[in-house]
Design a protein around this ligand. Structure first.
Ligand code: ADP
Ligand code: MG
Length: 579
């Protein structure tokens, strides 16, 4: 293997030459205490930066194996080291000056969530950091000495600070891993107790601003469970904690406007992920397959069976295979629910702020005005109980505007100046005492959840193969057509979007066979990743790019929003005319 001195020699030799000469440095170099692997050199100073790795053999890195022997702990360690690496890089960012991305040094940025990522990996043989570097240039002329500074001076210090156990704050690292363990434990424990979510007393739910995911700094009212819903959990590391357990079933979050309803629901949406210490939500957990449901008019829908909610549309379209290029508020929300059920979920999270009113409720008066056969929608209020009794799917919904839901709720929580109260008994009294009449329009059963088979021909090859490019958090470009993910609210990290692009490409090439259902194809993909790791689905050798694992639901959401999607469903009997 070449040595660090060889890299220096090349960099000095190509100093002042045209940018293409940087290609000469691709390869592996042995430094005193690590190996530098330059996997992919950028084509020009403006292109995406050069991909490189620092690989430290474990006998030098010295991390005790009990820190990373289980998948969840391993994720915790990698997340911690990525954060340390990121912080040690900051000092050197852009130190070289120059054109375009010259001198840039980056490693995947971690946010408030702790996600399984590819930026740092650790196992018995090595710890490895995957980063990117903007090779410096003035115009298109190579600044070889500046590049040499990055590799020979900056990088060894960064690696020294972040990839050697002896230089790391070991107690902080242990704390981080313990926290991750506790959060995994909590999600298992709530299931055993028949709960779907838990929020600890003292949790800080509000965020700094509408565009920041950091905790609110001043004036945040800490969460405090009502006594009736308070439970204790004995965590393996932190020990005893108390907080509010939300039971399975139908739960309403009621309360006046601006009293913190949506903030609570938002925290529950994010509770499917683990959070870092100091986030305020690190002991707020939701069952991991919970799905946020919202209206999303304008989205495409491909042959989804929305008949439990929508029937007898004016254009007499069969809603057991409902397709549209431009869904309405209610049909989009129905499709979002049915798609979540198709992948599998045990908890729906719904906020009135982002729901279609006519999908959510139809009160007694409106029922008297509009004859039942003239109303295609069976509102959610008439299906929410069946979802639980027939399919075991719970719902937590924010409703400040309609007391009709009192009839169907198991638990009613009222937010009162950011403090939750258990008002179940009172709400039930109100529901039974008044002479108000509302007819339930539910049929005898919820109806079927119809699996769909994804047709491979949905994804034609572009000129250079299947080109799926992520663009920020909310967009994927497939053969230049945009897939809009802005309403996929539990997608939280741009590296998840990167990962969806890579996963989709992998699925098209290796999994889709015109026989597997969407849920089956996802199972197969996630099994593969579990067995072989996220690196293996990346088309790039060595450096797999910046990937963070999304849940199946977010990947499915991207597929479902792709406008070219074609599916076939299990055979469905044709609708009888006039039925
Ligand atoms: P709602 O959905 O009930 O109308 P929101 O959840 O949108 O109310 O909250 C209204 C405002 O109150 C937001 O600006 C939010 O950040 C803030 N807020 C929510 N919870 C708390 C809290 N526990 N302490 C302080 N401010 C809060
Ligand atoms: Mg709200």
């Amino acid at each position: 293997m070449k040595r660090d001195a060889d890299l220096r020699r090349i960099l000095h030799a190509i100093d002042g030459k045209g940018y293409k000469a940087y290609k000469d440095i691709e390869g592996q170099y042995k430094f005193d205490s690590f190996v530098l692997s330059i996997d992919h050199v950028q084509g020009d100073p403006f292109a995406s930066p050069t991909k490189a790795r620092v690989v430290v053999p474990m006998e030098k890195a010295g991390f005790p194996p009990d820190l990373y022997d289980k998948a969840q702990k391993n994720t915790g360690v990698c997340d911690f080291l990525a954060r340390v690496f990121y912080n040690s890089i900051k000092k050197y960012y852009n130190s070289a000056g120059g054109t375009g991305k010259s001198g840039m040094l980056i490693i995947d940025r971690c946010g408030q969530e702790i996600l399984a990522r590819t930026s740092v990996v650790i196992d018995n043989s090595r710890v490895e950091a995957r980063f990117e570097v903007g090779l410096p240039a003035q115009g298109r002329r190579i600044l070889g000495k500046a590049a040499d500074f990055i590799f020979s001076s900056a990088l060894p210090v960064i690696a020294e600070n972040s990839l050697y156990y002896k230089n790391i704050d070991a107690e902080k690292l242990r704390e981080h891993v313990r926290l991750v363990e506790d959060q995994f434990f909590m999600r298992e424990e709530i299931k055993k107790r028949g709960l779907v979510a838990f929020i600890n007393n003292g949790a800080i739910l509000p965020r700094e601003s509408g565009v920041s995911d950091l905790p609110m700094k001043k004036g945040a009212v800490p969460f405090k469970s009502p006594e009736t819903l308070e439970i204790e959990l004995q965590l393996p590391n932190k020990g005893l904690i108390k907080g509010m357990g939300i039971p399975a079933g139908v739960t309403l979050i009621a309360g006046g406007g601006y009293h913190g309803k949506s903030t609570l629901l938002k925290a529950l949406e994010r509770g499917v992920y683990n959070h870092i210490a100091g986030d305020g939500r690190e002991y707020v957990v939701t069952i991991e397959d919970a799905v946020k449901i919202r209206a999303e008019d304008g989205r495409r829908v491909e042959k989804v069976n929305i008949s439990p909610f929508i029937n007898n549309l004016p254009n007499s379209q069969d809603t057991r295979e409902f397709s549209t290029d431009n869904a309405s508020g209610s049909t989009s929300q129905a499709a979002n629910i049915m798609e979540a059920l198709e992948i599998g979920t045990s908890l729906l999270l719904v906020d009135e702020d982002t729901s279609a009113t006519n999908f959510m409720i139809r009160d007694g008066r409106m029922q008297r005005l509009v004859a039942r056969e003239k109303e295609p929608i069976t509102p959610f209020i008439d299906r929410v109980r069946q979802l639980y009794t027939e399919y075991g799917v719970s719902t937590i919904l924010v409703v400040g505007g309609s007391g009709d839901y009192f009839d169907v709720a198991d638990t009613v929580i009222m937010m009162d100046e950011y403090v939750p109260k258990d008002v179940t008994v009172k709400a039930k009294e109100i529901a039974s005492s008044t002479g108000y009449a509302r007819e339930s329009s539910e049929g005898s059963f919820f109806g079927d959840i119809t699996p769909r088979i994804i047709l491979k021909s949905s994804f034609p090859r572009g000129k250079k193969g299947w080109e799926i490019k992520p663009k920020g958090l909310h967009t994927l470009l497939y053969n230049k057509e945009a897939i809009n993910l802005v309403n996929v609210e539990q997608l939280v990290d741009a590296s998840q979007t990167n990962c969806i692009a890579v996963m989709l490409q992998y699925m098209i090439e290796n999994i889709l066979d015109d026989r597997l259902t969407l849920a089956g194809a996802l199972d197969k993909l996630y099994k593969f990743i579990q067995d072989y790791g996220l690196d293996r689905i990346s088309p790039y050798k060595g450096h797999p790019g910046n990937l963070a694992l999304p849940r199946k639901h977010e990947l499915a959401a991207a597929i479902n929003r792709y406008r070219g999607l074609m599916v076939k469903t299990a055979r469905i009997n044709p609708v009888k005319k006039g039925s």
